[in-house]
Design a protein around this ligand. Structure first.
Ligand SMILES: [Zn+2]
Length: 285
């Protein structure tokens, strides 16, 4: 397999108390920026595609080929997982696996827990035979969760344990107060007590969604309490948009996309390098 599952990289990260970054792609330039940064920093990396972006990016096969070809062209040697983020249906997860993705998230968190467990198990059973890792979600991350806007709904402890036991999922996103998008008012209110209890009862790693805007000290506490995968998206798209705006404002005559996009790529690399160093995954390979 061209890509590796998340299982080994996250097991190692949890054991050594650091976290692996998940960065979502929005086109070829993003793939290059993520892979170049991971190689420079000697870190395992999770290249993810949000379910809602799949069609925009040309479909699962096209995404697979773009990442694979770029990985070869750049002679990437660090472990790369190609991951579907917030897979909305069982079918989408199976399609991603069939296309060559090495990891998928099935997000059944908006359904009743019985249905979430049932569907997550279908994905897990299919993935297992192919060496593909699966992430599940319990509770609701606040803000805009891949198109679904809602409040924070803390993950229920018993539901988390039940889902993990019955599905044998590889990683769990237990929503404990984080938000997709920007935090408002006094910032994040993470449930560290709940996190600690869950971590004491689970052997699999936890996944933190909506990490952009969480203070560094709190991120580190999440890592100490079992989070081995942290998803960053909002601060990357903000960094990209700020750079594009700045280039166009400072050079109103510029038309060539390359001249607008390359500074944005550099800005992304700097931001991702900073994140990788904060969460401790640099120089692990
Ligand atoms: Zn998320």
């Amino acid at each position: 397999m061209a890509f590796v599952s998340m299982t080994n990289m996250l097991t190692q990260a949890k054991h050594d108390h650091y976290a692996v970054a998940q960065f979502n792609i929005n086109g070829l330039l993003w793939i290059q920026a993520i892979l170049e940064t991971a190689e420079q920093q000697k870190t395992p990396i999770i290249v993810a595609v949000s379910d809602r972006m799949v069609e925009y990016l040309g479909g699962f096969e096209c995404i697979y080929q773009m990442v694979l070809t770029t990985q070869k062209k750049l002679k990437i040697t660090v472990p790369v997982a190609l991951h579907l983020d917030h897979g909305a249906t069982v079918e989408h997860c199976l399609q991603a696996i069939d296309a060559g993705f090495s990891s998928v998230m099935f997000d059944g968190s908006h359904s009743p827990i019985i249905e979430n467990i049932k569907n997550t198990k279908v994905v897990c059973d299919y993935a297992k035979n192919k060496g593909v890792s699966v992430e599940a979600e319990v509770g609701t991350v606040g803000g805009n969760e891949d198109g679904l806007i809602g409040g924070i709904n803390y993950a229920d402890f018993d539901e988390c344990i039940k889902l993990v036991e019955e599905t044998k999922v590889n990683a769990l996103a237990a929503a404990l107060g984080s938000v997709h998008g920007k935090y408002s008012g006094s910032g994040p209110k993470l449930g560290f007590k709940e996190m600690e209890r869950l971590n004491n009862h689970l052997t699999i790693p936890l996944v933190l969604h909506g990490a952009s805007g969480i203070p560094v000290e709190q991120l580190k506490k999440c890592i100490q309490l079992g989070h081995a995968k942290i998803n960053f998206n909002t601060e990357l798209v903000t960094t990209w948009a700020d750079s594009v705006r700045k280039t166009i404002q400072e050079n109103p005559q510029v038309c060539e996309p390359r001249l607008i996009m390359l500074p944005a790529k550099q800005a992304l690399i700097e931001k991702m390098t900073n994140i990788i160093q904060i969460i401790g995954s640099a120089n692990r390979i």
